[in-house]
Design a protein around this ligand. Structure first.
Ligand SMILES: [Zn+2]
Length: 172
């Protein structure tokens, strides 16, 4: 499902997805939200996970980090999983100001609000021109710059072959 958030004529496409967006133990997390925001060439994933089950103790939950049971993070997206989805590129985190963790258990309502606040902040950031393609640039050290995104397949797979020349690792 995609929603369109309009701001004058500028449109951010918002898509809610059902799979956990980040975190190595996310498969244990009962709570997860994963929102893709697309604005022109910019794509950001906002991901919240929480309520991590303790696999050794039925009915118990573990902190997912120091003093927290929920956390929200945001990342630039890269295309993965059968070329079908834009997923979080966890090597390229996006910073934001809104609160990003919750210390209490059983706070799904607050986690939802936290997630929405981050989505809202990032939508506004996109409208202000943040998170643009400058994070998606490769250069050859000789003054030439290219987008990392392949115009053919959409993956961030463009590589420098030699000064002045790039090609896609997949498309060639
Ligand atoms: Zn390609």
């Amino acid at each position: 499902m995609s929603d369109i958030v309009e701001h004058g004529w500028e449109i951010v496409r918002r898509t809610e997805r059902g799979w956990p967006g980040h975190f190595i133990c996310a498969h244990l997390c009962i709570f997860h939200r994963n929102t893709l925001l697309e604005y022109g060439e910019a794509r950001i994933v906002v991901s919240t996970v929480g309520m991590m089950r303790d696999p050794l103790k039925e009915g118990s939950f573990q902190e997912i980090g120091l003093n927290r049971y929920y956390e929200t993070m945001a990342f630039h997206a890269k295309k993965c999983i059968l070329d079908k989805y834009w997923d979080a590129d966890v090597t390229r985190e996006v910073n934001f100001q809104s609160p990003w963790y919750i210390e209490e258990l059983g706070a799904d309502d607050k986690a939802n609000d936290m997630h929405e606040n981050v989505v809202f902040e990032i939508i506004n950031g996109l409208w202000e021109g943040r998170y643009r393609a400058e994070d998606n640039i490769i250069d050859d050290g000789f003054g030439n710059m290219w987008s990392k995104t392949c115009p053919e397949c959409g993956k961030e797979s463009m590589e420098i072959v030699r000064p002045g020349k790039v090609q896609c690792a997949y498309c060639g």
